[in-house]
Each structure stands twice: as C-alpha cells, then as structure tokens.
Design a protein around this ligand. Structure first.
Ligand SMILES: Cc1cc2nc3c(=O)[nH]c(=O)nc-3n(C[C@H](O)[C@H](O)[C@H](O)COP(=O)(O)OP(=O)(O)OC[C@H]3O[C@@H](n4cnc5c(N)ncnc54)[C@H](O)[C@@H]3O)c2cc1C
Length: 431
C-alpha cells in the first residue's frame, strides 16, 4: 500500500494563507466574540467570509460533482486542523456543522428544484439549517428506532413527534427532520428526511437546552441545542428528500467526511492547548525548577505530543483511504478516528488544565471552556462505544473459530515445530 500525505505547493500556499488569516484576523477577537453587537458582527462576518471566498476556500467540504470546491478528504483534513485552532473559523470558512453535513445530504438526495431552494442558498451562506434526529424518549445511539412519524395525507405529509438537542434549530431557516414513514422497513428503510422551514405551523421550538458548554443557554443563539415538538405539522409533498425510506442512507451521507473534519478540528484545538501547556511549563517555577523541568510535567507534554501526532496520522490515513476507496470502504475506520481522537483531545485539554493549575481551571484561559465543549465529543455523532463496537465486529469478521486448542497453543505446535526444524536442517545440509 502506498502512502502519501503530501500536498502540492499551490495548496500549501492556501494552507499558509489560512494559518495567517486565522492567527491575525480571527483569534484576536475570539475572547469578545459573544459580546459583539449582532448587527455589526453580521457585516464584519460577511466581509471575512468574502475574503475566504476570494481565496477559493469557502465551503470546501463539498465534492465538485456535488457543486462544491472539492478538495478531497486529505486536503480537508489539513484545512480542518487549522480551522480547529479557532473554532468559530468554521463559520467564516463555511464549513460549520450542522450545515456542512446537511448540505452533503441535500447534495446526494435532493432534486434540482430542492437544491435551488435549500442547498445552494445554504452553501452561499444566505440561509442556515439544522438536523433533527435525536429524541428524548428513544436512544439517539440507535436511529433504527424513533418515535417521530410522517404520514402521507393527499399532497401533504403530516409530522408528529418530539426531538431534542437539535443544534441551531432555534435560529435555522430550515430543519432536516428524520421521521418514520415505513415502519415495515426497519432497521434501515423505515425513515425519511423532510425539510421543515422555520415557522412552519405545528413545529414548536420549545426551548434551547442548557449544556456543559453553555449552562445558561439564552434562547435563539447560534450554537444552541433545541427541544422541538411536532404536532400535526403539515408539509407539502415536495419537502420529502429522496424516496420514502431513504432517510437512513441519506443520513449516512452527512457523517462520513464529517467525522474526519471533526477529528482534525479537535486535534487543531488540542495542539493549541498543548502550546498553552508548554508556554506555562517554560514560564513558571515550582520547588526551584521550571514546571517543564519536573519529570511528571515532561510526561504530560511528551504524551500529549505523541498522542496528537499518532491521532493525526491515523486521521490522515483514513482521509487518504476515503479519497482513494470511498466512504463505505472505511466506515469502521471513520468511527475509530472519531472515538480515538475525542479521547486524545479530552486528555490533552485535561493535562493543560492540570499544568496551568488554578489558572487552567479559570475562565482567564480558554481551555476550561474548550474542555467543557469537548466533553460532547465521545457522545455526539454516535457514542464512542458504538463506533468501537462496529470496529470490533469488523475486525472479528476477519477471524475463523477453531475447535480445541488455539492456533498459537505452544504444546500443540511442538510436533510441527520439530518437523520444520528437521526440514530446515536437511535443507542446510546438516546430517
Ligand atoms: C452538544 C450536542 C449537540 C447535538 N446536536 C445534535 C443535532 O444537531 N441533531 C441531532 O439529531 N442530535 C444532536 N445531538 C444528539 C447526539 O447525536 C446524541 O446525544 C447521541 O447520538 C447519543 O444519543 P443519546 O444522547 O440519546 O444517548 P443514548 O443513545 O441514550 O446513549 C447513552 C449512552 O449509552 C451508551 N450506549 C448507547 N448505545 C450503546 C451501544 N450500542 N453499546 C454500548 N453503549 C451504548 C453510551 O455510553 C451512550 O453515551 C447533540 C448532542 C449534544 C450533546
């Protein structure tokens, strides 16, 4: 198998531009972002997005045959790592979740008319979207069982159900809602995806839910996670994406590359966190030595670096394989990347807090906030346990059961070992 994670010089220049742009234009305003006047921020945000568009770096996740810039997963992984140094860059580069995944879904499943109405304006950044799958009374980890239903009534679909943790639902212009249309089609042909425009009668956005990341969620802010009730919510027939029962397959489309981009953004943030840890380690003294001269702190630093590097390589390799063989061939690997990197990122953030002591725990540094937000990693987009289970089952398919002693049972192998030894002796001319 050939491996090559190098990119061409022209693309390296793009990456350098991104690094510089994020470092000099975005990171400096990060700490006051939530205080900026909304109307002024809208203008400045548009200006920053235009600069990204002028560089040809906007909405880079979508394949060219689906209407995007089409960088491929490996290049996107490199871009995502840079974007991860400053998480709000996602908005400026047009790659923020859940919009990016939703656009992938629409690109795969929508008709031309539906694309005109929802995909292209979403890709241009004129409208925003949310994706509603998780429910309060059914395990989100198992989307083969959901309670939300959509029933056809003449030229309309009628939605009933209950969703929660739906990111951006309270500010989105439309929601992609996962609802059961074909109960007989379980496990994977039972549900469909519908576009529900904001303000559709029958869709009640009950509240935005407080989380570790934002304990006092103020209703209607981007990045919030909403609880929603659908009561006889009527949708025109053309708001169904794909055919009835296609929901599961379509929902898969929004997850593949997304896991790589998530992972690389988390690693970008982990590296920034390690930078904070190292700066502190060479700046502060305890017991007559710099923190970085204490072996346990050296262990934290070395371990964090090793884990980040190993995780980067794992993610790059998976991205490269995805470009070469397609998402379906690397399904288990995508889950492995997500499950592994989420743990690495949490561990590095945790060590940074530890090395920075009370300062690390405080809001004077950004790490405590990153840590609280990152805790979502092992839960969201399918809990890590599920990805590990898929990986283990995939690996187990490569093994056959044996009767009796294991293949590597030393006493059972002895006769074969002795026979082989006799053969090798004879071959070598020994009598
Ligand atoms: C910040 C945030 C944003 C989110 N945004 C969205 C969104 O925009 N749209 C959306 O639809 N959803 C969203 N979610 C929901 C998210 O996708 C779910 O939380 C996730 O899929 C897990 O589902 P659940 O919370 O119902 O946990 P459950 O399915 O109840 O699982 C709980 C725990 O049980 C264990 N578990 C479950 N299944 C297995 C298994 N097979 N093997 C071993 N252990 C298992 C795991 O430890 C798991 O963490 C968001 C969640 C958060 C926290």
């Amino acid at each position: 198998m050939a491996w090559d994670f190098e990119t061409d010089p022209a693309f390296e220049e793009k990456l350098a531009w991104m690094r510089e742009f994020i470092e000099t234009e975005l990171i400096p305003i990060e700490s006051i972002l939530n205080e900026l006047p909304a109307d002024e921020w809208a203008v400045v945000k548009r200006h920053l997005q235009d600069r990204v568009k002028a560089e040809g770096l906007w909405g880079a996740f979508l394949d060219p045959k689906l209407g995007g810039a089409g960088f491929g997963q490996l290049k996107l992984a490199l871009m995502s790592e840079i974007i991860g140094r400053c998480m709000f860059s996602m908005v400026i580069f047009g790659v923020q979740a859940p919009d990016s995944g939703n656009m992938e879904l629409l690109a795969h499943g929508a008709t031309d008319a539906q694309k005109e109405r929802w995909l292209w304006p979403n890709l241009r950044g004129e409208i925003s979207s949310a994706f509603a799958l998780t429910e309060p009374f059914h395990a989100g980890a198992d989307p083969t069982v959901i309670g939300t239903t959509a029933v056809r009534d003449g030229e309309e679909w009628v939605l009933n159900g209950h969703k929660w943790f739906i990111t951006n639902a309270s500010v989105a212009d439309f929601l992609l809602v996962f609802a059961e249309t074909n109960p007989e089609g379980r496990p994977h042909k039972h549900a469909s995806v519908f576009v529900v425009p904001a303000e559709t009668p029958g869709m009640d956005i009950v509240r935005d839910i407080g989380t570790m990341s934002h304990p006092t969620a103020e209703y209607g802010r981007p990045g919030n996670h909403a609880e929603i009730v659908f009561r006889d919510c009527r949708l025109p027939a053309d708001h169904l994406i794909g055919a009835p029962g296609d929901g599961f397959v379509l929902a898969q489309q929004r997850l593949g590359g997304g896991r790589i981009h998530h992972a690389m953004r988390w690693l970008g943030q982990s590296q920034r966190s390690l930078d904070i840890m190292c700066e502190r380690a060479v700046s502060r003294t305890s017991h007559g030595r710099l923190l970085g001269q204490h072996q346990m702190i050296q262990d934290y630093i070395a371990l964090s670096h090793m884990e980040i590097q190993a995780a980067r390589l794992l993610t790059f390799q998976t991205a490269w394989k995805m470009d070469k063989y397609g998402a379906s061939r690397v399904r288990a690997e995508l889950g492995m990347v997500k499950a592994h990197v989420s743990k690495v990122a949490l561990a590095v953030l945790d060590r940074t807090i530890q090395v920075c002591g009370a300062l690390g725990y405080s809001t004077d540094l950004p790490v405590e906030s990153w840590y609280r937000t990152m805790r979502f990693g092992p839960i969201g987009d399918g809990p890590d346990e599920l990805h590990k289970s898929v990986l283990a089952r995939t690996l187990l398919k490569g093994y056959k059961p044996v009767d009796g002693w294991p293949t590597e049972h030393v006493p059972s192998r002895r006769p074969a070992a002795e026979a082989k030894w006799a053969e090798l002796r004879a071959d070598a001319g020994l009598r």
